[in-house]
Ligand binder design. Structure first.
Ligand SMILES: [Zn+2]
Length: 192
């Protein structure tokens, strides 16, 4: 039976590289995958998934008014798997469409994203994935400042931690760091 997966982790927990790896594994067996990502993600231009270690490939961008079920029906209903990066930016209706891809088309859907925003609130996409996914898995990484597991994302603006503001800043001067809870509240000074 196909399932809906949500794999979440803090910044830098290897989510994108995992997508590229899963896609490669399917394709090595001549099985096709459909890769989608948020249209909001501007790290490397719309329509790509790009990992920090330099690998990237094209992806179908998801915008607020995109119907993901229709996209998959149009693209390839024989796909072995649907992979979604930046899943935190999905809207509720997208998550419900993903559930239909799994239940109606019997195609497994694997979504990857952040759980908490920098204010330590759930993203909309993450909230509904937590509610609707069959399987929820944490991808681990360590705190930027110590060896504990990072469970939160801290936003810095010009070297200062920020706890309020818009959830999504596009093209801003912000940097995000994976942090443990203690360093979320009491981050050391950034040295670089
Ligand atoms: Zn820490």
């Amino acid at each position: 039976m196909a399932q809906l997966f949500f794999r979440y982790g803090a910044m830098n927990s290897g989510k994108t590289i995992e997508i590229l790896k899963v896609a490669h594994n399917y394709e090595e067996q001549n099985k096709s995958v459909i890769i989608l990502t948020s249209g909001l993600d501007n790290r490397d231009g719309v329509g790509y998934v790009a990992s920090r270690i330099g690998l990237k490939r094209e992806a179908i961008p998801i915008f607020d008014d995109t119907n993901v079920l229709d996209v998959v029906k149009r693209t390839n209903t024989d796909a072995a798997c649907v992979l979604i990066d930046e899943a935190q930016f999905l809207k509720k209706h997208h998550v419900l469409e993903l559930a239909h891809i799994v239940d109606d088309l019997q195609i497994p859907v694997m979504t990857f994203g952040l759980k908490n925003d920098f204010r330590n609130e759930l993203f909309e996409g993450s909230k509904y994935l937590l509610l609707y996914a069959d399987k929820i898995e944490e991808m681990k990484t360590i705190c930027w400042f110590c060896r504990k597991k990072a469970i939160m994302n801290l936003r810095f603006h010009e070297g200062q931690p920020v706890y309020e503001g818009e959830q999504v800043q596009i093209g801003g001067n912000e940097a995000y760091y994976p942090v443990c809870r203690r360093h979320y509240f009491y981050p050391p000074k950034l040295t670089k």
